[in-house]
Design a protein around this ligand. Structure first.
Ligand SMILES: C[S@@+](CC[C@H](N)C(=O)[O-])C[C@H]1O[C@@H](n2cnc3c(N)ncnc32)[C@H](O)[C@@H]1O
Length: 394
């Protein structure tokens, strides 16, 4: 279902969407692929608005959620709210921070309307930051409003894109069972030999406390970085000659790595610097993930709830859970609900056309790595060194 059918919209299956914090429409695009229509988009950042207006010129666009007085009579309300205060790459001020705290307006709006479904997406760190305060806030809000809720951590690689990206998907409803949406599928994680060993993604902006190392994939595309700039990860192409072995994907590659058609965020350049496209793409929901949720919203399956047990009080938030009326249950499920045909990293990124990592960036990363206590593959360090020497000569 996922990447091949993108660009097409399935026949309308009757469910309508109000997309809050819409960004570049990763949630909505996937839901459209599953046969839904959007009635309203809400997004206040101009470069993101330019992308939405280009692709969805007929859909009403409201700017600031703080001035949205009511929701349209949509069946699904989506809210991939800002992760800025929740993610490791962000400020970690928490769920009441200036950016992530905007989610409270969703709950105010839900007090005055009754959609069939609410769909939230955010970063994995939300489960652990401040001992899970953010998650506790979201769940207690849904409990207060009488919703049954379920959430699950998923890895975008299950949709076939070579990007390791773990995100929490939360579905809630007053009338329906979200467990049939999120817990009906469990393909399990693949074995290591599923991945090729000819290309490895890493973050050249890191090198002190981590590498973001990923085999046959890139690490999570992000809206920011350790150096405070939105940027591309890098790729070590193991068998490429010096000068071509340490490269960065293009922004179009990044769009494809998130399941979007190449060029999706180009309209943003009318309203801001081209580099902002990295932030837009890094903020987005992988399209295949929302397409899977959309498919299950219209075709709920049978959840394997026999694998659930009560969530102990004060326990850490697990990777999957559900609850209603104050009761909370843990589920033992993998991060791979389905397993779509995998696009290997070098099938998506054309290593010959990719831009070599600059001398300054590779030297800075190499120096940080050498000073750190991080573990790395020796051939990787040698390839980096050869790359630096090559770039210095040329
Ligand atoms: C994590 S991104 C959402 C990404 C989106 N789900 C996608 O797939 O592209 C959060 C978005 O919320 C927007 N936002 C933040 N505060 C807002 C507000 N007060 N009103 C409307 N949009 C807001 C940001 O500009 C950002 O684009």
């Amino acid at each position: 279902m996922i990447p091949p059918m993108l660009g097409t919209t399935a026949p309308f299956k009757g469910l309508t969407v109000a997309g809050l914090f819409a960004g570049i429409g990763g949630l909505e695009y996937g839901l459209h692929a599953a046969g839904m229509n959007t009635q309203l988009l809400c997004e206040w950042w101009e470069p993101a608005q330019a992308v939405l207006q280009h692709h969805y010129p007929k859909i009403a666009l409201h700017d600031d959620i703080q001035t949205l007085e009511k929701l349209p009579a949509a069946d699904i309300v989506t809210a991939g709210f800002p992760c800025t205060d929740l993610s490791q790459a962000g400020r970690t001020a928490g769920i009441h921070g200036a950016a992530s705290g905007m989610i409270k307006h969703l709950f105010e709006l839900l007090e005055r309307s009754s959609p069939q479904w609410v769909l939230i997406e955010n970063v994995r760190n939300m489960l652990v930051l401040d001992r899970g305060t953010a998650m506790e806030y979201l769940i207690s809000q849904f409990e207060r409003l009488g919703y049954t809720w379920a959430y699950r951590l998923v890895d975008s690689r299950f949709t076939g894109v070579p990007q390791r990206r773990q995100r929490v998907i939360l579905v809630a409803s007053r009338s329906d069972d979200p467990c049939g949406v999120l817990f009906a599928d469990d393909a399990g994680e693949p074995q290591e030999d599923f991945y090729r060993d000819n290309a490895f993604g890493f973050y050249w902006t890191e090198g002190n406390t981590g590498l973001g190392w990923a085999q046959d994939a890139i690490p999570t595309l992000k809206g920011g970085s350790g150096l405070g700039i939105p940027s591309a990860p890098a790729i070590w192409v193991r068998d490429a000659p010096p000068g071509r072995a340490i490269v960065t994907p293009t922004i179009e590659d990044a769009e494809a790595l998130q399941g979007f058609p190449r060029g999706w965020t180009e309209p943003a350049q009318q309203r801001g610097r081209a580099s902002l496209r990295w932030k837009l793409v890094g903020n987005a929901v992988t399209v295949g993930v929302s397409a899977w949720v959309g498919h299950r919203l219209t075709n709920p399956g049978t959840p394997s709830l026999d694998r659930s047990s009560p969530l102990p009080q004060a326990a850490r938030w697990p990777t999957a859970a559900w609850g209603k009326s104050g009761e909370r249950w843990v589920l033992d499920l993998s991060l791979w609900p389905e397993r779509h045909p995998y696009q290997h990293l070098l099938d998506v990124v054309d290593a010959e056309a990719a831009v070599p990592l600059s001398l300054k960036a590779s030297t800075g990363f190499y120096n940080r790595l050498m000073k750190s206590r991080l573990r790395y593959q020796e051939p990787f360090a040698l390839a980096l060194k050869a790359h630096i020497e090559h770039m210095a000569r040329s």
